[in-house]
Design a protein around this ligand. Sequence first.
Ligand code: SF4
Ligand code: F3S
Ligand code: FES
Length: 247
Amino acid sequence: MTYTAKFKVWRGDDEGGALQDFAVEVNEGEVVLDIVHRLQATEAPDLAVRWNCKAGKCGSCSAEINGKPRLMCMTRMNTFTEDETIAITPLRTFPVIRDLVTDVSYNYEKARMVPSFAPPADLEPGDYRMQQVDVERSQEFRKCIECFLCNNVCHAVRDHEENKTTFSGPRFLMRIAELDMHPLDTADRREVAVEDHGLGYCNITKCCTEVCPEHIHITDNALIPLKERVADRKYDPIFSVASLFRK
Ligand code: SF4
Ligand code: F3S
Ligand code: FES
């Protein structure tokens, strides 16, 4: 079944822009990215959009559709009614480069700040066998496709540009939690999580979990346990006494 749908697509660059109206043909089974491609093939050949896999796996096609952060390639057109006007806008938290393409380098800068996995120096390959429960715990976090929808939606940076220097967002706090939960990791990630990545800014609103296209339980399985680990250390009597003697 084919029909014509009304779209508003944000066009512009880092100096400003506006929503532009389009009427576009929609066919059965199509997703929002199909419509953007049809626009490029017809009325707007210079419309800038980032995409790659069209299968929900590369994390490139993140945008806001009717104000909700989503992957364009995984948003079916039958999510909307035929008479609905569909607005496609760039991710709000990151600076616009052009049209639907934003500069997500904030995320890569934060990724670089996470100290890498640190197994014991004398561990030889094959010396250690991981328990299935530990494998499964980190496997959930490793489903991340780095679409940055979670970092885009978290109010701690979405509404507070000034927090970008001190808060790394749910994606990278989850990475720290993953490493902290690894049985072989020798680094103490808890101070880093608080001091360098702003764990305290997270007040567990769970918006990140709600938008994650991989359905990762970011808040319940990564952020809350990481907060608990930080609290355990802070209120651990042995650690508290030891910290008195630290320089
Ligand atoms: Fe995207 Fe989910 Fe990874 Fe966040 S945790 S970057 S929402 S896949
Ligand atoms: Fe932000 Fe997620 Fe915490 S949306 S406040 S990081 S639970
Ligand atoms: Fe790869 Fe959408 S194009 S996730």
